[in-house]
Design a protein around this ligand. Structure first.
Ligand SMILES: *Cc1c(COP(=O)(O)O)cnc(C)c1O
Length: 407
């Protein structure tokens, strides 16, 4: 690969993301964009109205560095309401510019040069870059896909080999970075898996950075278990959350991180020099959202589960074997029946012309040395309105037929 000019050695290899390429393709070809994971429908009025009313007030000015007290209190109450540990809103809760800043600030605060981070792949795209910017080294453990299904039956879950986990942990390992529910796979780590991970964290004295932004977007009888609730984990775990996915406000970038006071203090030190603060008028709105009744959060999951079923049925009907997700915004397909060379990236580059739909090749979520594991997989987002999903499904129908294509 050629060297990108001006770019520091730390960031070589992190060029323009495939998301930008695919979104540009979607615009250029008039395709339905199921690439990026953002909803195309608004959040609850109880949340939006608070933000509207806050603009033009003192909320437009710098909020306190750790976030407004009202929001920190609601974060702590919300975590506890949904089964997490209790937190002191003064010292154990920090509001951040999205989950992304919480993750970057934690990595910058906690890693020395050369410290290692064990994580699962495929992995959310900001992890590898965040680790690299902090001078750390990523040690990925592969997740293996279940056999995809040609119907909407649950396909089973992605799994990992505990031997791969043991190999990935070295004397330099500082952090276990865990994302559950997991993007891009839609996997929800089971209590058994989390117990195994917690035991490894205790045995090797690792800190755990738990990205749980999809905590509420869980389907069927899958159960989200927060890593901080496992024995011995409260004192070594930082849990990251975000308003974006739960309240359909991905552009607001209000996130948070909760954990023991000394760990949160370390993250706050890094965070205050990244953004210092953000989203003044959005902070009271998210506080109102977190206080919504249980029915809201159950409703979000139910609504998204229906959208999942629509897309999964459409993909299966188009001849694409699907791994139906247990959670999140995303379904994964195996492209081999319609792309005999099994190249998911080539499939995604051709799909806009072939069917007028855009997806994202799962290969981009792997470290280069493990890219072969996800080469044949493609991720599609279903957090889209009924009309958009119906249009996408119609366009995909007939993909498996020879010589199909839009005229
Ligand atoms: C969307 C997403 C984020 C980013 O959340 P923001 O609050 O928008 O920064 C972090 N982690 C995962 C797994 C995500 O899918």
């Amino acid at each position: 690969m050629s060297r990108a000019p001006y770019l520091s050695a730390r960031l070589q290899g992190f060029g323009t993301t495939v998301f930008a390429e695919m979104s540009a393709l979607a615009v250029a070809t008039g395709s339905v964009n199921l690439g990026q994971g953002f909803p195309d429908y608004p959040g609850p009025p109880e949340v939006l109205d608070v933000a509207r009313a806050a603009i033009g007030t003192a909320a437009d000015q710098y909020p306190p560095g750790p976030g407004i007290p009202e929001l920190r209190q609601e974060i702590a109450a919300h975590v506890q309401r949904f089964g997490g540990p209790s937190h002191d809103p003064e010292t154990e809760v920090l509001v951040t510019a999205g989950a992304t800043e919480a993750l970057s600030a934690a990595l910058l605060a906690l890693l020395e040069n050369g410290d290692e981070v064990v994580l699962f792949e495929p992995m959310y795209d900001c992890y590898a870059a965040g680790i690299a910017m902090a001078g750390g080294v990523a040690r990925p453990v592969p997740l293996h896909p279940p056999a995809p299904s040609s119907s909407t039956d649950p396909a089973g879950s992605w799994t990992f080999d505990p031997a791969d986990l043991r190999t990935a942990i070295t004397p330099r390992t500082k952090i276990l970075l865990l994302n559950t529910p997991h993007n891009p796979t839609g996997k929800v780590f089971t209590r058994e898996e989390l117990t195994l991970l917690a035991e490894a964290a205790v045995e090797h004295d690792l800190l755990v950075l738990a990205d749980e932004v999809y905590e509420h977007l869980v389907f069927d009888d899958a159960e989200h278990v927060s890593m901080a609730t496992l024995p011995g984990m409260r004192e070594r775990t930082l849990v990251v959350g975000s308003a974006g996915k739960t309240f359909n406000v991905t552009g607001w970038k209000i996130g948070w991180i909760c954990g023991p006071a000394p760990l949160v203090a370390a993250v706050r030190t890094a965070k205050q020099f990244l953004t210092y603060v953000n989203g003044g008028p959005f902070q009271p709105a998210v506080a109102a959202g977190l206080a919504l009744p249980d029915a809201y959060f159950a409703g979000v999951a139910r609504d998204l589960q229906y959208r999942r079923d629509v897309l999964v049925q459409g993909l299966a009907g188009a001849g694409l074997p699907v791994i139906s997700p247990e959670a999140t915004y995303f379904a994964t397909v195996d492209v081999r029946p319609v792309q005999p060379d099994g190249d998911g990236l080539a499939f995604c580059r051709a799909l806009p012309e072939r069917a007028g739909v855009v997806g994202v090749p799962t290969v981009v979520f792997y470290a280069p040395e493990h890219a072969h594991l996800g080469r044949h997989l493609v991720r599609f987002a279903f957090c889209k309105s009924d009309a958009v999903l119906a249009d996408a499904v119609e366009r995909l129908t007939g993909l498996g037929r020879k010589g199909s294509g839009r005229s």
